[in-house]
Design a protein around this ligand. Sequence first.
Ligand code: ANZ
Length: 522
Amino acid sequence: MSSRYNHKVVEKKWQNVWSDNKIFQTKKDKDKKKYYVLEMFPYPSGKIHMGHVRNYTLGDVVARFKRMRGFNVLHPMGWDAFGLPAENAALNEKKHPESWTYQNIKTMKSQLLQMGLSLDWDREIATCHPEYYKHEQKFFIDMFNSGLAYKKEAEVNWDPVDKTVLANEQVIDGKGWRSGALIEKKKLSQWFLKISKYSEELLSDLKKLNNWPNKVKIMQSNWIGKSLGAEIDFKISNKDLDITVFTTRPDTIFGATFLALSVDHKLSIEISKENNSLKKFIDGCKNLNPEKTKKGFDTGLLANHPFINEKKIPIFVANFVLKEYGLGAIFGCPAHDQRDLDFAREYGLDVIPVVKPPNISEDVFKIEKKAFINDGKMINSYFLNGLEVDVAKEKIIKEIENKKIGQRKTNYKLRDWGISRQRFWGCPIPIIYREDGEVLAVEDSALPVKLPEIEKFNESSTALENISGWKETVCPNTGMKAYRETDTFDTFFESSWYYFRYCNARLNEPFDKKRYRLLASS
Ligand code: ANZ
């Protein structure tokens, strides 16, 4: 007998509750204008434990209280059911992750029912059910067709024990959150969602979240990380080559005493091809934490200072310059940036103060161990002398643009979202690779792309890549041979839209826009 969960039975059971159970439960409720939403979404880990009892009791108390106060309360329950922990537990138990997960759901549901919580079970969802994940496969295809989902090679956190990519948040002190294994940096071809396109919108819409705690809004805005500044070109001395840097402090340009490139900057890679010591340095950087140790390699090249004739500054490759931020190249101004100061002290570079605090005279002001990062008046800066930092920034950006050596620039820290995972128990990414090299979305009519049925789930089943007979397919239009994408979605994909689904959990469409608006506006 197949260990696969019998969808037919489940679907039949579910059909009984598929009749659309409305937010409005009685006619009287219909007149109620106020809504209150408490959406539950546990991971079906096994049996209910006291943590669940505590949480869901608290939720239930609030739900009942609000109901008694005349609110129309939405209090659904559903299961965040895909993911690596289920797969590993199933391996231990010698079960299929699907039967293991549905068994847990059954047990936990019966225990929650015994507790008598005022949950609306008619809206129950399980994200590993094709009736749920077929919708997100469609979202992905729509995003792929409009250029919002794309594949690129990227450096990732690789967990060698769990054999999958981890998000930065899943790496704690350099170790995998579940396995505890030392995380490796690895280059992999990954699917991404272009969330960075919406950085400005995400930031400005934070203002509309009137009921959100300020603390959370600040965290969100730091995460998006908008920086206003400039890009500036530095000419490499005796070479027909420029290095462009991103800076938020163009006002400090007269205090620049070095340039630094990330280890992956194209010039670093170019030089390392002929310079073995640089190559060794770059390899060594992989094991260094730039927060703790700042290391550099002097390339021997010099850059011309863009505003001081004849002044030349050394060019380093440094581990603390990030590839993925700005342009992966900086000018260092040690007097006014702590990282740059630590670096300058280590490598004996000049420290030139160009901003002076108020109430201290220029001859007394000294930089010792701490960089001065506050506002003040410009010194040692030619035509900027005497100006306040803000005014100096504006003035220098205009000069940079007049000289055509750069321009004003806004950067965001928010990166595109890497959604590929290499493990079995997730939603298959609906893409096929045709033998002529075309990458195609699976046709709507062929959705959902379901996981393969496996008699005996074991170590080698944990990657779709290893499951022959599933990945081989044909292009429905040309009949050419094709392979299915063997990555699955990160489970954050499921948990990023379940609350929409709760508004009308048995709808053919993924969600009901009208209902969602109704709740969101209350
Ligand atoms: C010169 C400078 C002088 C800077 C100064 C700061 C203080 P935020 O605010 O976080 O956006 N930077 C730029 N690209 C970088 C990269 N790829 N890796 C590491 N550091 C990078 O920070 C922007 C500042 O971070 C930039 O402004 C740059 O250093 C550095 F007194 O330029 B600054």
